[in-house]
Write a protein of this length. Structure first.
Length: 567
């Protein structure tokens, strides 16, 4: 078994080597050495790159098979694979033996607030969806009026925030007119009807560029709407903008520059959902849709002081959305309140027959749920062992005190045993394949060469190690399942003191993403410099209902989500 495994590792690691990455190793020698045959010395060098050693006898055993299979791999590499082609291997966040509640219950939203149209409609720019919806439902404002107001704000503030890639103004104006006609005729679709929103520019919208934040794709059109766009269309939403994403979903830097934080326009808004975070915080859209692989919803939500929901993996379809990692990518709303996130999630969740990872598990939102009966935990190490600043520590303590005022008893929880697993071993292996075309065919036109080097390096990550990382991932998922058998929800601080994350909370974010758990980041104060700080609520797999109920109760108790930057 040991010799066979070593041969397999060497077999894999000798493939995928390019002259641009590791001159002198196997593939480079084949291309530049003038010989069509793999030699023992080439195998030895390739094994060394992968950190492996073999005896002369092992190398002799490998040679014949390697030379016979070279043409097979050359043929595989000659096939063009679009980013939207997923492997027929689907990650499932549900561990063996887990029971998922699939009973459908009535959807119970909170009682709508009573609203009065302000004399200057722009005063409503920072209102949550629930309040904007009441303006429209009660016909105190039209969708066209809200749409024009937000379009104007986007154009006015984008030069300093750089959160906008493309205005979808023609589409938006038509949708707004249609919404007003339907509402006037008594065909009100619900709380998203007529509400202007923005989509992260990884999300395809027919007729408009989908750039992925990368210069080579500035004018690239994808002739389809992503499922999330179609579903918000069905709910009556009005898409007004494609919002900035870091290049190829990496941080907040794209071909238009760096997306900035409305609270401090000298600092970036962080995370690849930087545009949705910035635009929502600045009151430039009613709500937005972002994506997360390892923190790209939670991080900009925390830094920009908005409410960002990362749903359970397999809750929302990614069809029509750029793939960074097939087993890690999630799509979720970024809003101004928990209730807003629940309303948007209800519209976008569920199977579509395209993203086959998505499971048919009902989202039974009940805004009236009593939270005193919930078992609530807190990640003590993140609150105690990694002190940030005096003010962030005070914010964390105040958040725990607010939860206790709600009548819940807090139970200490800890990081799972296998939380040391690096998600990069899985993410970069998948990203290397998913984004093969842009980073191999057009590297000179891309900005983030430092990130591309890391992707290139993962071309030598052995397939068996990738599989073993996923097997350890199952152990991590089982760790979380045991933790969630003791609590329904738990909380973690998401403080970024001077934009440096709490290290325990950061490790937790990575681990929870690997396990596919849902999380929501909500504002919980400000630091000494006036930057927002945040608290994350974490639920069990497909446990958004309990998680959001507690987060909403916390927001209703504290009111931090009602604060907004002065632009």
């Amino acid at each position: 078994m040991g010799a066979d495994r070593r041969r397999f590792l060497a077999y894999f690691s000798s493939l995928g080597l390019t002259s641009t990455l590791f001159p002198g190793v196997l593939w480079a020698r084949l291309q530049n050495g003038g010989t069509p045959q793999i030699t023992k010395e080439m195998l030895r060098d390739a094994a060394a790159v992968a950190g492996l050693t073999f005896s002369d006898r092992d190398l002799d055993d490998m040679l014949e098979g390697m030379n016979q299979h070279r043409t097979v791999y050359e043929r595989l590499r000659a096939v063009h694979l679009d980013n939207g082609v997923a492997p027929p291997l689907y990650f499932n966040p549900v561990v063996p033996g887990a029971r998922i509640d699939r009973t459908r219950r009535p959807f119970r939203a909170a009682k709508p607030p009573r609203v009065v149209r302000p004399q200057n409609l722009e005063e409503a720019a920072f209102w949550p969806v629930t309040a904007l919806a009441e303006l429209i439902r009660t016909r105190q404002a039209t969708s066209v009026e809200l749409t024009e107001m937000y379009l104007a704000r986007l154009q006015r503030h984008n030069p300093t925030l750089r959160c906008l890639v493309t205005l979808t103004d023609a589409r938006a104006r038509q949708q707004a007119r249609d919404a007003d006609r339907e509402i006037a005729a008594g065909r009100y679709r619900g709380p998203l009807h007529g509400i202007p929103w923005g989509a992260k520019d990884l999300i395809a919208v027919k007729g408009y560029p989908t750039t992925w934040g990368a210069a080579p794709f500035k004018a690239r059109l994808i002739d389809a709407d992503a499922t999330v766009v179609s579903r918000i269309d069905e709910a009556g939403g009005v898409l007004i903008a494609k919002l900035a994403t870091g290049e190829l979903a990496m941080d907040d830097i794209w071909f238009g520059g760096q997306t900035m934080n409305p609270w401090d326009r000298s600092m970036g808004s962080q995370g690849s959902s930087a545009g949705p975070g910035s635009a929502t915080a600045a009151g430039l859209v009613g709500f937005s849709i972002g994506t997360e692989t390892l923190g790209s919803i939670l991080t900009p939500a925390a830094i920009c002081g908005v409410t960002g929901l990362r749903p359970t993996f397999a809750r929302v379809s990614r069809a029509g959305v750029m793939t960074a990692s097939w087993s890690l990518d999630k799509v979720g709303p970024m809003c101004r309140s928990v209730e807003d996130c629940a309303l948007v999630l209800a519209a976008i969740q569920g199977p579509d027959g395209k993203d086959l990872t998505v499971q048919d598990v009902p989202f039974n939102w009940d805004a009236t749920r009593e939270v005193k009966s919930l078992r609530v935990g807190y990640l003590k190490r993140a609150f105690v062992d990694t002190r940030q600043t005096a003010q962030t520590d005070a914010n964390d303590a105040a958040a725990l005190a607010a939860l206790r005022r709600l009548g819940v008893s807090l139970v200490e929880v800890d990081l799972p045993e296998h939380a040391w697993l690096s998600p990069r071993d899985i993410q970069f292996s998948e990203m290397n394949a998913a984004l093969k075309d842009p980073y191999q065919t057009q590297p000179a036109a891309l900005i983030r060469q430092d990130r591309l080097k890391r992707l290139h390096a993962m071309r030598l990550f052995p397939a068996s190690d990738y599989l073993d990382a996923n097997r350890i991932r199952l152990l991590l998922m089982q760790d979380f399942a045991r933790l969630m058998s003791e609590v329904d929800v738990y909380v973690v601080p998401f403080d970024y003191a001077d934009y440096t994350p709490n290290p325990v909370a950061d490790a937790h974010t990575a681990a929870a993403n690997l396990a596919g758990l849902p999380s929501i980041a909500v504002p919980h104060g400000f630091d000494e410099k006036g930057h927002p700080t945040s608290l994350t609520f974490v639920g069990r797999v497909f446990g958004e209902t309990e998680m959001l109920a507690l987060a909403k109760a916390y927001q209703d108790e504290t009111g931090w989500h009602l604060k907004h930057p002065n632009l």
